[in-house]
Structures are given as C-alpha cells and as structure tokens.
Design a protein around this ligand. Structure first.
Ligand SMILES: [Mn+2]
Length: 324
C-alpha cells in the first residue's frame, strides 16, 4: 500500500509496536537526512523498548554530531537479527545500503521516503514527495507515540536543516518551520548542528574545492556551471568521495548560473555526477543516466571515461536550459 495518508502512518505505527529486532538503514553514501532519520528512528524505537540496530554505509565525519551513534552496527562479518527491515530516505531498492542482504530475509519491510523519483519496493511504504526531508516524516510518525527528547530532536533537526539547505529551499514550508520550532523547544544545540553540518569544512574539502574551481567552465554566458575532478586529482589531494559534497551547490550559487553539474571520477570508467538547478528538472536528467533525486537536486553514476561523461552531461544540461 503506497500512500501518504494517516492510514499508512497508523499501519507503520502498528509495525513499530508489534515487532522486535528492527534493522534500520538508508541509502548508500548517506547524507545528514539519511543518518539523522535512521538514528532518530532508532532512538525512538529504543524508547518503545525495542531491539534495534542501524546499519549505515560510511558517512561524512561531520555527521558524528548526530546523537544515537551507539546504535550503529559495527560488525562487518556478522549480520544483526532482523524481523523488520526499514529503509529510510531511499528512492529505489538499488540505493538501499544492505551489505548483509537483510531486505530479502526480513518478514516485514518498511520504506519511508520523500524522493519524487521514488519507486515503491517495500511491504509498507510511507511516501510524501512534498515533505522537506525524511526526518520530517519520521517526526510525523513518532511524535504522537513517544516523548521526544533532545537527542531525537537533534537527529531530526539535522535532516530538516540540511535537506532544506538551511531552511531556504521551497520544500521548507510552514509545517517544516513548525516542526523545527518544536525541536528547538527540546533544547537541542541548533547552533552547533548548523555550524558542523552546513558551514565547517575540512582541509581536504578545501583542496577539492580549489581543484573544482580550477576546472570550472561557464558555458552559455554563464547560465550553466560545470566542473570535474579526476581520480588523479582526488588521489593527489588524498580526498574521499564525501569531500566533494557541496560543490554543485557552490557552482549553482555563482550569480547568473541556472544549472550546475559537478563530476568526479571515482575510478577510471566510473564518474559520479551531481546536478543542481534553479528551474530545470535535474531529476529527469539524472533518471536518463540511471540516477534520480529531486527536481532541483539530483545525481547519477555514468559508466564512461571522464571526458566522455563530461561531454554527455554538459549536452544534457545545456539542452535542458534551452527547453526551460
Ligand atoms: Mn532526504
């Protein structure tokens, strides 16, 4: 059953109350909404007296500010027990981080997501593509069930804050602000969370940015911004995938730019592309390359040499500008 109505919420609440041994996960390369929603969900289930483990792919260090990290499963050799498998913030089954293959084993599967490109794959699906973040949906789900505390509040705030770009994007409506206000009442360290998740950057990130700006191209009189970083440049800097976060946003913020794309070569023949736009639908663009995301923020993986991937991506972006 796929809906974003109260009946589905109640159905998922029953799953939370009637089961034990939950495994919660999110998409590969999890962002702060993914980490925040998993840990908030985990901490909420703990409050309900349930056994719960959170299985997460490697994430950016900054997310260590999000409470509930003790729930993260650290054993890479053995899988946790599972009765309910929850995939949060995942648009497709391919995006689910599931190193132990638990989604197939679990008697009950639940998916909670807000991606417009969502392709339903779980037994219980709560989907609202109008919601700011998966954390907003977790708030809707658990706030009538348990007494929220500052740890759960901080974890939820992390997703609300980052998926809205610091409460700027159009997905941050009055309801998002109301929830943020409720969370702030829990005495969460909102200044620290903002600084750590949105402002602070590492030295490696700074070097990656320098390389990205060196490779910057601004075609169509600066209406588009493209850049890339090669695997050699990444290795020289000693940077990791997560150090490239935020570059496509930075490029979109150049005055006059309507669409940006940043490509980084993970290894020879595989390029990760991240697109941002003011108006054009980059989710459609990403889908054409087998990826997905949101209307104004999307990504995909292109299996091609960097120069070829760059040419294909810039062609797609420029034609989107033409038709916008
Ligand atoms: Mn999200």
């Amino acid at each position: 059953m796929i809906m974003n109505n109260d009946a589905v919420l109640d159905e998922v609440r029953r799953v939370l109350l009637e089961n034990d041994d939950f495994v919660i996960t999110a998409h590969v390369n999890p962002d702060s909404d993914a980490v925040g929603s998993c840990l908030a969900m985990g901490l909420s289930l703990k409050k309900l007296g349930t056994r719960v483990n959170v299985v997460l792919d490697k994430f950016h260090d900054k997310n260590s500010i999000i409470p509930g990290q003790e729930l993260i499963w650290r054993d890479e050799a053995a899988a946790p027990a599972v009765s309910v498998f929850m995939a949060l913030d995942c648009a497709t089954p391919e995006r689910v981080f599931d190193p132990f293959g638990l989604m197939k084993l679990a008697p009950v599967t639940v998916c909670i997501d807000h991606h417009i490109s969502h392709d339903p794959f779980a037994g219980h699906v709560y989907l609202d593509s109008c919601a700011s973040s998966t954390c907003e949906l977790i708030y809707r789900l658990v706030s009538p069930m348990i007494e929220l505390d500052s740890d759960i509040g901080s974890a939820l705030y992390a997703g609300l804050l980052t998926d809205t770009g610091g409460f700027r994007h159009s997905c941050a409506g009055p309801e998002t602000m109301r929830i943020a206000s409720e969370l702030i009442k829990l005495n969460i360290p909102f200044t620290d969370i903002y600084n750590e998740l949105l402002e602070r950057h590492s030295l490696a990130e700074t070097h990656v940015m320098r390389a990205a700006l060196k490779n910057l191209d601004l075609p169509r009189n600066g209406r588009a911004a493209f850049s890339f970083i090669s695997s050699e440049e990444m290795a020289d800097i000693g940077a990791e995938a997560t150090d490239t976060d935020g570059i496509s946003e930075y490029l979109l913020n150049i005055r006059g730019v309507e669409v940006s794309a940043f490509l980084y070569e993970r290894f020879k023949g595989e390029v990760k592309a991240s697109m941002r736009s003011l108006t054009a639908n980059v989710s459609e663009m990403a889908k054409a390359f087998g990826g997905g995301g949101h209307k104004h923020a999307a990504g995909c993986t292109i299996r091609a040499p960097l120069t070829e991937a760059y040419a294909e991506m810039s062609r797609a972006v420029l034609s989107a500008i033409e038709t916008a």
